[in-house]
Design a protein around this ligand. Structure first.
Ligand SMILES: Cc1cc2nc3c(=O)[nH]c(=O)nc-3n(C[C@H](O)[C@H](O)[C@H](O)COP(=O)(O)OP(=O)(O)OC[C@H]3O[C@@H](n4cnc5c(N)ncnc54)[C@H](O)[C@@H]3O)c2cc1C
Length: 366
C-alpha cells in the first residue's frame, strides 16, 4: 500500500469510496476499506468532509450507517481525549489485570507463530498501515493472551503507524484489553482464518472462546522486552518571516492545506521535540508529515519549541487549531471540523455518543 501525499490523490481516494461494499467487506483484510486514516489523523481532511462527499452521491444515511459509524468512532475518541486529557494514558474505566508492563519479544519480531498476525506486523513495518481487524488481533494477543499491560504495545504500534492518533490508539487498546469496555476482546484462530484468508491450525489460538478466556497461555510470550522509541526530527533551517502578517501554525495533528487559504499569512509546520518525546513516531511517519505539508502553500518547517518559535514571529497574531496536545500554544484558537458539530464532551460509550449525534445534525439535513 502506497500513500500518495498530494492533495489530488487524497481527493481521489475520497471519490473512490463505495460505502455499500465497505459495509459488507470491511472486516476482511482484503475488504473495501478506505485507507484514509493517515490523512484524517494528520488533519489534512476531516471526517465531516468525507461524510459530506459520500452523502452527496445520494445515499440515505441509514443505507450507509456502517460506514458513517466507523467515521464517527474517530471523532468519539477525540472527544474523549479532549474531555479526559492525559487520563487516557491510564486505564480509563477498569483496571487491566496484567502480568507486566513490557511487550512480548515475538510480537515485536513478528514471530508469534500466527501467520496472519506475523504478516500484518511485517506489513506495518514496511508500509505504516495495519487493517483494523489486524490491530484488534494484535492487541488481543498482547493484552489478553500474553497479558501485557496495553500501554507499551500501544506505543509500539503508534510509533509505526502513519495514522498514529493517540486517542484512537490508546482507547482502542484499552477497549480490547477491557480497560475501556465491559469485557476483553478475544479472537481465535478460526476467526483469524476467516477474515485473513488463512488456513492455519494447531496454533495456541486454535481453541474455543471459552478455552481462550479460561486458559493461561502467557508462557508462550514469556520473553518480554522494553522498547526505546525515539523520533528523529529534521534540523532547523532559517525562517523567513513577514512580521506584518499573521502566522498560522501547523503540526502533527493539523496539516489542513485549505485552512484560511485566502488569508495572506506566514505558515509554519511546528515540530516540537518535547511533543515527540511524549508521543514518539518512526522516520517514515515524519517523512509522511513533511510530504503532506508540501500541500500547504509557502509552508516553512520549524523544529523547536513553541516558545522558541515565539522569538521569531509576531506573537500578537498567531493562529492554531484546537487539539489536546496544544494547550501550551498562545494565540487565536480555531475549532476543528467535526462530523457532528453539536455533539461534544465525554460520552461513556460510543453508542451513547452515536445515539445523540445521529438524531439531530446538519449533515443529514443537507
Ligand atoms: C488496537 C487499535 C489501535 C488503533 N490505532 C489507531 C491509530 O493510532 N490511529 C487511527 O487513526 N486509528 C487507529 N485505530 C482505528 C482503526 O483501526 C483505523 O482508524 C483504521 O483501521 C484505519 O484504516 P482505514 O482508514 O482504511 O479505515 P476504514 O475502515 O476505511 O474506516 C474509515 C475511517 O473511519 C475511522 N475508523 C474506522 N474504524 C475505526 C476505529 N475502530 N476507531 C476509530 N476510527 C475508526 C477512521 O477515521 C478511518 O479512516 C486503531 C484500532 C485498534 C483496534
Amino acid at each position: 500500500m502506497i500513500f500518495e501525499t498530494d492533495y489530488k490523490s487524497i481527493q481521489q481516494r475520497i471519490e473512490n469510496i463505495d460505502p455499500l461494499k465497505y459495509g459488507k467487506t470491511r472486516n476482511y483484510l482484503n475488504g473495501d476499506v478506505t485507507y484514509l486514516s493517515p490523512f484524517i489523523s494528520r488533519g489534512i481532511i476531516s471526517t465531516r468532509q468525507i461524510a459530506k462527499a459520500v452523502l452527496a452521491k445520494g445515499y440515505h444515511p441509514s443505507e450507509i450507517e456502517s460506514f458513517l459509524k466507523e467515521l464517527a468512532w474517530r471523532d468519539y475518541f477525540q472527544q474523549v481525549w479532549i474531555a479526559l486529557g492525559d487520563e487516557i494514558n491510564e486505564d480509563v474505566k477498569n483496571k487491566q489485570v496484567c502480568n507486566h508492563f513490557l511487550i512480548p519479544k515475538n510480537l515485536v519480531d513478528a514471530t508469534t507463530g500466527i501467520e496472519a498476525i506475523d504478516k500484518c506486523i511485517n506489513d506495518l513495518y514496511q508500509t505504516g498501515y495495519m487493517h483494523n481487524h489486524a490491530r484488534m488481533y494484535v492487541a488481543s494477543l498482547a493484552c489478553n493472551i500474553a497479558k501485557s499491560h496495553w500501554r507499551l504495545p500501544a506505543r509500539w504500534m503508534y510509533y509505526h503507524l502513519l495514522d498514529a492518533d493517540w486517542a484512537s490508539n490508546a482507547l482502542s487498546w484499552q477497549w480490547v484489553a477491557g480497560a475501556f469496555s465491559s469485557k476483553k476482546y478475544y479472537a481465535n484462530q478460526e476467526n483469524i482464518n476467516k477474515y485473513c484468508n488463512t488456513n492455519q491450525s494447531g496454533t495456541i489460538l486454535d481453541k474455543s472462546y471459552e478455552e481462550l478466556a479460561a486458559l493461561d497461555l502467557s508462557s508462550s510470550f514469556d520473553d518480554t522486552i522494553n522498547l526505546i522509541l525515539d523520533t528523529h526530527l529534521p534540523n532547523q533551517t532559517e525562517l523567513k518571516i513577514n512580521y506584518q502578517l499573521p502566522t498560522c501554525i501547523y503540526n502533527f495533528y493539523n496539516l489542513d492545506c485549505n485552512w484560511d487559504i485566502d488569508v495572506h499569512a506566514n505558515r509554519i509546520l511546528l515540530l516540537e521535540p518535547a511533543f515527540f518525546k511524549q508521543y514518539p513516531v518512526c522516520d517514515r511517519t515524519i517523512d509522511f508529515v513533511i510530504n503532506l505539508s508540501k500541500n500547504i502553500e509557502g509552508v516553512q518547517l520549524f523544529t523547536g519549541s513553541f516558545d522558541d518559535l515565539l522569538q521569531q514571529v509576531n506573537p500578537s497574531s498567531l493562529h492554531f487549531k484546537e487539539h489536546p496536545t496544544n494547550k501550551h500554544y498562545k494565540g487565536v484558537e480555531h475549532s476543528r471540523e467535526w462530523m457532528f458539530e453539536n455533539t461534544v464532551g465525554y460520552y461513556p460509550s460510543f453508542f451513547s455518543y452515536w445515539n445523540k449525534a445521529s438524531k439531530k445534525n446538519s449533515l443529514w439535513s443537507k
